[in-house]
Design a protein around this ligand. Structure first.
Ligand SMILES: C[S@@+](CC[C@H](N)C(=O)[O-])C[C@H]1O[C@@H](n2cnc3c(N)ncnc32)[C@H](O)[C@@H]1O
Length: 244
């Protein structure tokens, strides 16, 4: 059985991802302008709590969206968000599985895979790019982003987000080190602290999971081999389109 790296930390992922999505939004919206919703649905792979799914649905008001998300806790947030409003319910389908266990529809109008490719090893990524290449409309984008580190190395501890909700301040931090047993993998140790106004830590959750490192060059090579033209753009957002 596959281990869900978000089983415990899933509680915090949505609140800590909001700022990042504010920043990532513009280059992703710009890439989505090339989508072809008339050809098929837009696929959001590893949709998480739906921050990208909603951006797709709002940017492309006629598009059907399919959100693939294996983590029950993240999926619960996504489903709740969808259930909360009438408007997107008819257009967004949530698929409860990892991408490796599911066959995408034969035609796709675009694909998003944001903040997630490190969950897939290089063999799985290559299979995925090949599968998507045959399904994507001419000119339709596969939108992926690169995340640090770009090589297997030590990443010192740093705080990546804080947010105050009520009387509690939530702080997310993390560090990474080479996994040692696999030459493309680091082990991230993520720490989620909950503090009161006087600085007392009332919860301290530590989660460890593997992450497959992929550099820009490596990703562009993989995409070229699968038949895509691709470039690394603003904020390391990679836009790939099927080569003619
Ligand atoms: C850091 S979260 C990003 C979520 C969302 N894309 C975002 O940016 O807010 C990584 C996501 O990838 C998902 N994921 C992990 N392995 C996956 C797989 N094999 N297939 C599809 N999604 C996967 C996780 O469950 C999680 O939702």
């Amino acid at each position: 059985m596959t281990v869900d790296p978000y089983a415990e930390s899933g509680e915090f992922i949505d609140v800590f991802s909001r700022d990042a999505w504010q920043t990532l939004g513009p280059p992703i919206v710009s890439a989505l302008r090339g989508a072809v919703p008339a050809h098929g649905p837009i696929l959001d792979i590893g949709a998480g709590t739906g921050l990208g799914t909603f951006l797709v649905a709002e940017t492309l008001p006629t598009a059907e969206v399919v959100a693939v998300e294996p983590s029950p806790v993240l999926r619960a947030v996504l489903l709740s968000r969808l259930a909360a409003g009438e408007s997107l319910r008819p257009r967004v389908t949530v698929v409860a599985t990892g991408i490796e266990n599911w066959q995408p529809p034969p035609r796709l109008g675009g694909v998003l895979a944001i903040n997630m490719i490190g969950h897939l090893d290089s063999q799985r990524r290559r299979l995925l790019w090949a599968e998507l290449r045959t399904r994507l409309a001419t000119g339709a984008p596969l939108i992926v982003n690169l995340q640090p580190p770009a090589e297997v190395t030590v990443v010192p501890p740093s705080v990546f987000s804080t947010i105050t909700i009520g009387r509690h301040t939530y702080e997310g931090s993390g560090d990474a080190r080479p996994a040692g047993d696999d030459d493309d993998t680091v082990t991230w140790t993520m720490r989620y602290r909950t503090r009161t106004a006087d600085g007392t830590t009332v919860r301290d959750l530590v989660v460890v999971y593997p992450w497959h490192v992929v550099s820009g060059t490596q990703l562009l090579d993989e995409l070229a081999d699968a038949g895509f033209d691709a470039a690394v753009g603003e904020l390391d957002v990679v836009v790939a389109t099927p080569r003619d």
